[in-house]
Design a protein around this ligand. Structure first.
Ligand code: ATP
Length: 222
């Protein structure tokens, strides 16, 4: 039996912020595995400049060749259409029957938690998973294209910020706050850096760096 956490995202591309967070979830909370679930079509984001599911999955798989705790779980991509986490959790409960110890953990960064009660089946999700909320601070130099979040409000992030405390005092579900290391990295920032020729090499795992260059993703042109 294993303690397993689900970590959904666009992973466009996966970066050190995601992986360091998954590592913290394992080390701090005792999880054995983290299932990275790339969305096919995310419900709450606009799809601009998103790489194909095939490329996003390949970058995850290449990265996890060197760490068997992490898995690229492709059920949302295989299902197609808009990806709802509640459907994914039901699928994975079935798939991991007999292997899962307790409930699945459900990892999200704090900016996703701000929006969580708008998610399809939010209260059921909160019942059938253990929600893990990571602290996050976003780089603010996001001025290029890529995904545009519907909620464009800037925040400074971190568990001690006033904004965090204000919103989480109203979070209506149980959750586990994770005091993860704050790495202010985002996929949007990385895509912007690739396109404008700024430094990005060490913000992603080596396997992702190699893949982006080989396939000239995100406007990479040397
Ligand atoms: P984008 O910039 O394209 O919106 P992103 O970097 O936020 O992408 P996603 O794939 O959308 O990455 O994120 C998946 C999950 O990982 C979300 O719950 C998000 O909050 C969390 N996350 C992403 N980056 C970090 C980070 N640096 N620290 C903590 N959590 C993060």
């Amino acid at each position: 039996m294993m303690k397993i956490a689900i970590f959904g995202g666009t992973f466009n591309p996966v970066h050190i912020g995601h992986i360091a967070l998954a590592d913290d979830v394992c080390r701090t909370l005792g999880y054995d595995k983290v299932l990275f679930v790339p969305t096919f079509i995310p419900p709450h984001k606009k799809m601009l400049h998103v790489e194909s599911a095939e490329n996003r999955v390949a970058m995850l798989k290449n990265t996890f060749k060197s760490d068997s705790r992490f898995v690229a779980e492709t059920c949302e991509v295989d299902r197609g259409g808009v990806s709802y986490t509640i459907d994914t959790v039901h699928t994975l409960i079935e798939k991991y029957k007999g292997e899962l110890d307790g409930k699945f953990g459900l990892i999200m960064g704090q900016e996703n938690a701000f929006e969580f009660n708008k998610w399809k089946g939010a209260s059921e999700l909160a019942e059938i998973t253990d929600i893990i909320i990571a602290q996050r601070q976003k780089a603010v130099s996001v001025d290029t294209d890529g995904f545009e979040n519907e909620n464009t409000g800037e925040y400074t992030g971190g568990f001690n910020s006033n904004e965090y405390l204000k919103i989480f005092s109203q979070f209506p579900f149980n959750y586990i706050p994770l005091k993860n290391l704050i790495l202010p990295v985002s996929s949007t920032e990385i895509r912007a850096r690739i396109a404008k020729g700024a430094g990005w090499r060490y913000l992603v795992p080596q396997a992702v760096y190699d893949y982006i260059i080989e396939n000239k993703l995100y406007g990479y042109n040397g």
